[in-house]
Design a protein around this ligand. Structure first.
Ligand SMILES: N[C@@H](CCC(=O)N[C@@H](CS)C(=O)NCC(=O)O)C(=O)O
Length: 204
């Protein structure tokens, strides 16, 4: 059985959503960030990077990096359309969005959680950088139900995951009405509800 290593309320939510969309069997293994351990033992033996998410495949190999896990999962079940087919223009559109979420939003939000950055710097960063990124997403979602248009795909799981975090660091997203509609749309998907319940995601 595959194992998805995750932590409560972290970026492990999106691969879990996608595993459920793909109907692939997996066990969840919780990682303690403070000690880098799991109930099984030393997490650094699973991945020396010590970050979640990590996916241990049936053959014992481990894949890391959330945006890569999403691609691997989607490619196990191409018939489900969780990502466009290899080599198509749409595939590169999807990769663009995965990259935006991973590099701008995910790591941008990581700055807001960092214990080594003071509150005033975080507030300037939120206003000077993050709000502009949220606006790009807001404009896109005001014209499209999902990142790739009319239908759910892997980048939506990652976007949903990362957009659960702003309220936890005092960023109010209520001015972004298209984002809120997207979040509510996502929360109607059984995969999202099941993933949130399984890892006990904090309310947003
Ligand atoms: N480059 C990695 C980054 C993953 C990452 O930042 N994970 C965070 C949680 S969202 C983490 O594991 N943090 C562990 C820690 O801070 O000790 C990816 O995209 O998957």
């Amino acid at each position: 059985m595959m194992k998805l290593y995750y932590a409560h309320g972290s970026c492990g939510l999106s691969p879990q959503i996608l595993l459920r969309e793909a109907e692939l069997a997996f066990d969840l293994v919780e990682v303690d960030f403070a000690t880098k351990t799991t109930p099984e033992g030393d997490y650094l033996k699973v991945t020396p990077k010590g970050f979640v998410p990590a996916l241990q495949l049936d053959d014992g190999d481990v894949i890391t990096e959330g945006a890569v896990l999403l691609q691997w999962i989607a490619d196990q079940v191409p018939e489900r359309g969780l990502l466009p087919a290899f080599g198509t223009r749409e595939r590169y559109r999807a990769l663009e969005w995965l990259n935006v979420v991973a590099t701008d939003l995910h790591k941008g939000m990581a700055t807001m959680f960092s214990p080594s950055i003071d509150d005033a710097s975080k507030a300037r960063f939120a206003d000077g950088f993050l709000r502009g990124r949220f606006k790009v997403i807001e404009d896109h979602l005001s014209r499209n139900d999902y990142l790739l248009g009319a239908a759910f795909s892997a980048p939506d799981a990652y976007l949903y995951n990362v957009l659960c975090w702003p309220p936890r660091v005092g960023i109010d997203l209520s001015e972004y009405t298209a984002i809120e509609r997207f979040m509510q749309r996502m929360e109607q998907q059984p995969s999202v509800l099941a993933a949130r319940a399984a890892e006990d995601t904090p309310p947003r």
